[in-house]
Design a protein around this ligand. Structure first.
Ligand code: NAD
Length: 338
């Protein structure tokens, strides 16, 4: 068992998710009983930045909340179940993380999830707009390339859209790129940082190996293979799980890392940078992921694409068409909603 002395380091032993002092943020996890939702809630329960953890799902939340509430950390945990309790779950929330939705099965693309997850995300965004419009919204539910436009359009309907506060969580791609580069180069993964830009599906995932720190170099064939592996890493997990879902544990880690960065920045920590898929002027796509400087009010500055290699410029050019299509699909969905 963990000793009391060891407790502060169990948050995330490998890469510290947070260095700032305690605060009292109220964080909601919508879809808290799922494959991602449960370990994500566990990691957030261990965060010193969280004062209240509000867990919502359409099933099993009382059990998840009761279980987590026995952990000896300060976050107060409450479980809410079913549509009737959604508003109560969201009242006063500072940050809302949304992993609700169906995951991929072998042979499915993220876009195959569109019909089910679009409705779920639109319903949850509607409740956020009515109950905690100022909250930072972190969307994990796929297809992220469309669920961010959906969330944004729903917030606009209520006149409460703030593009600096709506994030598509792409952190898993950064986490994977860091892990794979470290493995290939024999580096400590906790010290590797590879920005990943674009979107959150297939060829729209664009790792910027040329901007990695520490600097790394690969021959052209290895660079192509590494890029393809990062783009297809989700499918690697879907295949290995053989019908039991998609990435959950690594996604929970990535979601907790991103949420902790948002909380750190809200808490006044300087220099917090994360990539995320957001409203953007950096390319001809309305939404695009790039490194962002985070602050007390969400995005403080979009740090842009930086200097790209010729290989990376081609990847961006290749991604634009698909991204635009996914964005339009999300916007059309909300426009046609009854
Ligand atoms: P899961 O099926 O294990 O869990 C989903 C949970 O959502 C379930 O507990 C379900 O009851 C709940 N849910 C369904 N409808 C709901 C609603 N209307 N309100 C609240 N909760 C609802 O799935 P999972 O593996 O946890 O994946 C969740 C989502 O995350 C999927 O869309 C998946 O594709 C996506 N995902 C995203 C990334 C990323 O990098 N952003 C990575 C992996 C998975």
């Amino acid at each position: 068992m963990f000793s009391r002395i060891a407790r502060p380091t169990i948050c995330i032993a490998t890469r510290s998710l947070s260095t700032s002092s305690q605060n009292n943020a109220k964080v909601a996890v919508l879809g808290a009983s799922g494959g991602i939702g449960q370990p994500l809630s566990l990691l957030l329960k261990n965060s010193p930045l969280v004062g209240e953890l509000s867990l919502f799902d359409i099933a099993h939340t009382p059990g998840v909340a009761a279980d987590l509430s026995h952990i000896e950390t300060r976050a107060h945990v409450t479980g809410y179940m079913g549509p009737d309790q959604l508003d109560a779950a969201l009242k006063g929330c500072d940050v809302v993380v949304i992993p609700a939705g169906v995951p991929r099965k072998p042979g499915m693309t993220r876009d195959d999830l569109f019909n089910t997850n679009a409705t779920i995300v639109a319903t949850l965004a509607d409740a956020v707009a009515r109950n905690c419009p100022e909250a930072m919204i972190c969307i994990i539910a796929n297809p992220v390339n469309s669920t961010i436009p959906i969330t944004s359009e729903v917030m606009k309907k209520y006149g409460v859209y703030n593009p600096n506060r709506v994030f598509g969580v792409t952190t898993l791609d950064i986490v994977r790129a860091n892990a794979f580069v470290a493995e290939l180069k024999g580096l400590d993964p906790a010290r590797v940082n590879v920005p990943v830009i674009g979107g959150r599906a297939g060829k729209t995932i664009i790792p910027l190996i040329s901007q990695a720190t520490p600097k790394v170099e690969f021959p052209a064939d290895q660079l192509s293979a590494l890029t393809a592996r990062i783009q297809d890493a989700g499918t690697e997990v879907v295949k290995a799980k053989a019908g039991a879902g998609s990435a959950t544990l690594s996604m929970a880690y990535a979601g907790a890392r991103f949420t902790s960065s948002v909380l750190d920045a809200m808490n006044g920590k300087d220099g917090v940078v994360e990539c995320a898929y957001v409203r953007s002027e950096e390319t001809e796509c309305k939404y695009f992921s790039t490194p962002l400087l985070l602050g007390k009010h969400g995005i403080e500055k979009n740090l842009g694409l930086g200097k790209l290699s010729a290989f990376e410029e081609n990847l961006v050019a290749d991604a634009i068409g698909e991204l635009k299509g996914s964005i339009k699909k999300g916007e059309d969905f909300v426009a046609n909603m009854k």
